[in-house]
Design a protein around this ligand. Structure first.
Ligand SMILES: [Zn+2]
Ligand SMILES: [Zn+2]
Length: 248
């Protein structure tokens, strides 16, 4: 007879003999990822804001546009290259699968600072985003509009990236951590926790920050099959459930 599944708690770990969990990284790696991310993002933010020159409201429209664009890019990169191996992007897939195997359903919680290296993206990702891709967009914006718009866009990217890493860390905190009482955090924690469950990870809850793109693409899921004994409940503009209710 099958044993009754125990409630998931911070201390339930997969039995060591069956664990596929990658080894815990050395402590220096967590310091390296965290320090590099903080250094580049904060100094980038300060520098770009320092050189902004009396921006007009119309120029600052690039901030919400940039946030929205970043939300869809974050979603797209996570949904496809990070969960499906595409030629030329296998490094992203491997990196993310290590994250999912490290923080499996029953090993979801951060146990110590060493685990941060498995959450905060390695410096190479930040380098590609901030020094590879963003300068191209910023140069285009400076050419079409002006330097202020380009700088505000750059600041948005640095800020978004930093916030994404921070929220991802918070989403792996223990369930009863007091920080999760901050407004909205419990929702984001649950959103990401569901993404880490086995039947869900490749099909839903791909946003790390506010799940705008998840909602638009109908991949925002609020319950796991284990919660309901039914198929996952989708929510969103293009979700199967929304399409079904439209027909009724
Ligand atoms: Zn995660
Ligand atoms: Zn994932």
């Amino acid at each position: 007879m099958d044993a009754i599944k125990p409630e998931i708690s911070a201390h339930n770990r997969r039995p060591a003999g069956r664990s596929l969990r990658p080894p815990t990284p050395p402590l220096w790696q967590s310091y390296y990822h965290v320090a590099y991310t903080l250094l580049i993002c904060l100094s980038g933010l300060l520098l770009t804001l320092r050189f902004l020159s009396a921006p007009r409201p119309a120029e600052l429209l690039i901030v919400p546009i940039g946030i929205l664009g970043a939300n869809f890019i974050e979603y797209g990169v996570h949904r496809w290259p990070m969960h499906h191996g595409y030629r030329g992007l296998h490094a992203l897939f491997r990196l993310h699968m290590v994250h999912h195997h490290y923080f499996y359903e029953d090993t979801y919680w951060i146990q110590g600072f060493r685990d941060f290296a498995m959450i905060v993206f390695p410096p190479v990702v930040l380098n590609v985003v901030c020094f590879g891709v963003t300068p191209l967009f910023a140069a285009g914006l400076a050419w079409v509009f002006n330097l202020n718009v380009a700088l505000a866009f750059y600041a948005t990217v640095f800020g978004y990236y930093l916030l994404m890493q921070l929220i991802h860390v918070l989403c792996h905190l223990d369930t009863d951590n007091k920080i999760l009482a901050l407004p909205g955090l419990r929702f984001l924690w649950r959103h990401h926790n569901i993404h880490h469950t086995k039947p869900i990870m490749a099909i839903a809850n791909f946003n790390f920050i506010i799940p705008i793109a998840d909602f638009v693409f109908g991949t925002a899921v609020t319950r796991t099959p284990a919660d309901t004994n039914r198929a996952p409940m989708h929510q969103g503009l293009m979700s199967p459930s929304a399409a079904g209710s439209a027909k009724n």
